[in-house]
Design a protein around this ligand. Structure first.
Ligand code: 5AD
Ligand code: SF4
Length: 447
């Protein structure tokens, strides 16, 4: 038996890819552990969406250098977006890295690990394959988590002017529906109840390859026995079709949540970003979604301080927040990515202006999020239990110990609640919401 340690930086796609790598290394005898020191193999799955994330790779590699001094036969793999983008630089700055693996060739990892362990060698493979890189020959673990990601697409063809993804993840490509369905079925066999379908722009799923449309895929997936909840991320507003909105009417398993990144509330900025929709179109799509599912929670991404963003443009974003009332937001300061066109744009915004705008935006959103959460107070919500809460048990008398559980509503709100039962993981429990907090809800179970 050999040990593998994986550090995953970045998005849900990377979480999925890391788990995939662990599964395909299993036939070589690798078992995942939590200790860098004891690891025979270290995998760093990197992110380069913003400068800060990319920097993490190099500071982390510094730590690996220390570990490797004590255990020189450790094999070090760097994969993910930084590997794809800066493959050669990684090996120059960190000569102890054995394998640099691009984002489109993950399936080749076992072969490379074998090669390196037999004969110390360095391998750099950042080929941008065109197909989906379907990886076969692995088994799902016998027991899986309640909620799992399933990647249905890779890459992106949208070329937003600020974004590195098309350059580090390659052209958009969709996975065959049968393969997706088989993976979901085996996850369900292991105990999974909820899946999140992943792609950079799921709404264009299957169109290029003439497979089936995303709403059609949802209709196929909804029939899988034992699957209780379906989520997906991410959608591009320009491709949010009426058919997908219609699916929210017809598919009960589709959760009450839609993550629809708007990026900015200003039409000038949206144009500069190459987003191909206007603020008005975005608002119209949200109104339509809400007309089909009044309780749907809407979440979004915002970039502040894109080159040329004036105070008036930023104000348009604040006004959009007030108009839409998102349930929550992921907001970021614009970060130059050298391969993306916006890095060459003039009128860059000063760092302190970006910091100030981000703080003002978050302050407004916090108020809105609180208001949106308070609506839940006194309501009874169906909560799919994922795990024990961080704060575990509360003693109310000598013989009654209440365990504290964590789950999510269909609208993706985190709910913590007490229950006397020993194991609720994977069960859907009705919880009366007693208290809304900024980022979670607190309740008591009614069954
Ligand atoms: N700077 C800041 N934020 C970015 N994002 C993507 N590229 C950049 C960048 N260069 C944000 C977008 C996207 C989210 C995943 O990351 O909001 O939706
Ligand atoms: Fe990046 Fe735009 Fe593609 Fe999203 S849609 S991954 S922001 S290029």
């Amino acid at each position: 038996m050999k040990n593998v340690y994986v550090n995953t930086i970045g998005c849900q796609m990377n979480v999925y890819d890391s788990e995939l790598m662990i599964k395909i290394l299993k036939p070589l005898g690798y078992v995942q552990i939590d200790s860098i020191k004891k690891a025979d193999l270290i995998i760093i799955n990197t992110c380069s969406i913003r400068e800060k994330a990319a920097e993490k790779t190099f500071s982390y590699l510094g730590r690996i250098a220390q570990a490797k001094k004590e255990k020189p036969d450790q094999i070090v793999v760097v994969t993910g977006c930084v590997a794809q983008n800066l493959g050669k630089e990684i090996t120059r700055r960190a000569p102890y890295v054995d394998i640099v693996l691009g984002t489109r060739v993950l399936g080749r990892l076992p072969e490379y690990v074998k090669k390196v362990s037999e004969k110390r060698d360095r391998i750099i493979d950042i080929e941008m394959t065109e197909g989906f890189d379907e990886i076969k020959g692995y088994e799902e673990p016998k027991e899986t988590k309640v909620s799992k990601f399933v990647t249905i697409m890779r890459g992106c063809d949208n070329y937003c002017n600020y974004c590195v993804v098309p350059y580090v993840r390659g052209r958009e490509i969709s996975r065959e529906p049968e393969s997706i369905i088989n993976e979901i079925k085996s996850l369900i066999d292991g105990g999974t109840k909820e899946i999140t379908l992943l792609g950079q722009n799921v709404n264009s799923y299957g169109l290029k390859e003439n497979l089936c449309s995303f709403p059609e895929l949802l209709h196929k997936i909804k029939n899988i026995d034992g699957l209780e909840r379906i989520r997906f991320a991410t959608s591009h507003p320009k491709d949010l079709s009426d058919n997908l909105i219609e699916a929210f009417k017809n598919i009960d398993k589709l959760c009450d949540n839609f993550h629809l990144p708007v990026q900015s509330g200003s039409n000038n900025v949206l144009k500069g970003m190459n987003r191909k929709y206007t603020r008005e179109i975005y608002i119209e799509r949200i109104i339509k979604l809400r007309s089909v599912r009044p309780d749907i929670s809407i979440t979004s991404d915002i970039i502040v301080g894109f080159p040329g963003e004036s105070e008036e443009d930023f104000n348009d974003t604040l006004l959009l927040l007030k108009e839409i009332e998102f349930d929550s937001l992921f907001a970021f300061k614009y970060s130059d990515r050298s391969v993306a066109p916006a890095s060459k744009f003039k009128n860059k915004i000063e760092e302190d202006v970006k910091t100030d705008r981000l703080a003002r935006l978050n302050e407004l959103q916090n108020e809105i999020s609180k208001k949106k959460n308070i609506i839940y107070e006194e309501r009874v919500e169906k909560v799919l239990v994922e795990s024990l809460s961080k704060r575990q048990s509360t003693e109310i008398s000598e013989d009654i110990k209440l365990k504290q559980w964590m789950g999510r509503t269909s609208s993706n709100k985190i709910v913590n609640f007490n229950h006397t039962e020993d194991d609720l993981i994977g069960r859907t429990i009705e919880v009366k919401i007693e208290k809304a907090r900024a980022n979670s809800l607190w309740g008591i179970s009614t069954n």
